[in-house]
Design a binder for this molecule. Structure first.
Ligand SMILES: *Cc1c(COP(=O)(O)O)cnc(C)c1O
Length: 357
């Protein structure tokens, strides 16, 4: 069986060696040595602004919304994972959907201004598949209308835009370290922000503690634990190698599929150093997508409809029509992509796809 993804597991002795520290010290959580070391190593590796490691990639979104004091309407993208929208609703705000740019699949920045009302407090956009939003345009709009900007950068570990970590953009950027993501800690995630917001975000992720017996505002528990950090510390040294393997797999897919006329592959925005995180293929029609999906499944290959459904169609939102996002969600499949996928398996997948094109 070939699944859409496969979690990279480091050699178990490498994980055990790091985890032994937690046993030796008897320290399992509350920002121990391993969490601090992971934060330090990630910030160093990415050359990014400060990071707060968290227990998953959804809580940083909720904490950002809460701690920035957002209320009313938040302008957001319909083409993302459900956590982008559910976090807005969970925090008592209303998502206002702006359709996506058909070329880059990120929020269409040219349509944002028309959706701003006196109740708009922020823009929450996703760098989907690790492809950056038009961050300059979004920044300009946010400044003009005095809005906050949060980027859901769950897919973006290692991505740079214009020579800077993509996590350096927006008031806050978040990432997911879920086992299905490029870099992972089993479950895990992070929030990145500048010094202006750092303390507030930090207090919020640890019950509001500003000292042992002091509190600043309401908080929640989003702390990463030591075993999670140990996994991250064991995976991080392998990341360059993982990305190189994925690049070579994607090069093969591109070579095999780019001449096919009834599909489109991902366009990466110029000035981006991408991280080879996903392999979305957009078919010309939903029917063609279904045929290819069934054909692959018959061969024991399991692609994923990622992202489906378009989030403006969720039954708990008052979703505006987003024709492009809805149409792409109906036609997109992510093909298998992971470090240990063999090139002969990639060839086989390409051949099965081509059989239906
Ligand atoms: C994975 C993902 C999340 C949620 O991250 P978790 O770590 O699973 O909580 C949020 N947004 C997007 C776009 C994602 O792909």
């Amino acid at each position: 069986m070939i699944n859409v993804t496969k979690t990279f597991l480091p050699p178990q002795e490498e994980y055990n060696f790091i985890l032994k520290y937690a046993w030796d010290t008897g320290w399992m959580t509350n920002r121990g040595v391993l969490v601090k070391e992971l934060e330090h190593k990630i910030q160093n590796y990415l050359q990014s602004r400060p990071i707060i490691a968290m227990t998953n990639g959804t809580l940083p979104l909720q904490i950002a919304i809460k701690a920035l004091g957002l209320t009313g309407e938040i302008i957001t993208t319909p083409f993302s994972y459900v956590a982008t929208t559910s976090s807005i609703v969970w925090e008592g705000c209303s998502p206002v959907f702006v359709d996506i740019d058909p070329k880059y699949l990120t929020i269409d920045e040219t349509q944002i201004e028309a959706s701003i009302t006196k109740n708009t407090s922020a823009i929450l956009a996703t760098h989907v598949y690790g492809n950056p939003c038009n961050v300059e345009a979004i920044d300009r709009i946010a400044k003009t209308y005095n809005l906050k900007v949060i980027y859901d950068a769950a897919h973006c570990f290692g991505v740079q835009y214009k020579g800077k970590s993509i996590f350096d953009y927006g008031d806050v950027s978040t990432c997911s370290f879920h086992a299905t993501k490029l870099f992972h800690t089993g479950e895990g995630g992070a929030l990145f922000c500048g010094s202006k917001h750092y303390d507030t975000m930090f207090y919020h992720h640890n019950f509001g503690h500003s000292g042992k017996e002091d509190f600043k505002g309401v908080g929640i528990n989003a702390k990463m634990s030591e075993p999670q950090a140990a996994m991250g510390l064991a995976v991080l040294p392998h990341l360059e190698n993982i990305m190189a393997k994925r690049k070579s797999i994607i090069d093969h897919y591109n070579l095999g599929l780019s001449k096919s006329l009834n599909i489109k592959l991902l366009n990466i925005r110029p000035d981006t150093k991408w991280n080879y995180s996903y392999l979305p293929v957009i078919f010309d029609t939903p029917m063609l997508m279904s045929k290819v999906k069934l054909g692959l499944e018959k061969e024991g290959i399991y692609p994923r409809r990622y992202f489906y459904p378009s989030l403006n169609t969720l039954d708990y939102v008052n979703g505006q029509n987003c024709l492009i996002s809805e149409s792409i969600a109906d036609k997109v499949l992510c093909l298998p992509l992971y470090h240990s996928l063999k090139l002969h398996e990639v060839k086989h997948i390409i051949n099965v796809v081509k059989r239906y094109l």
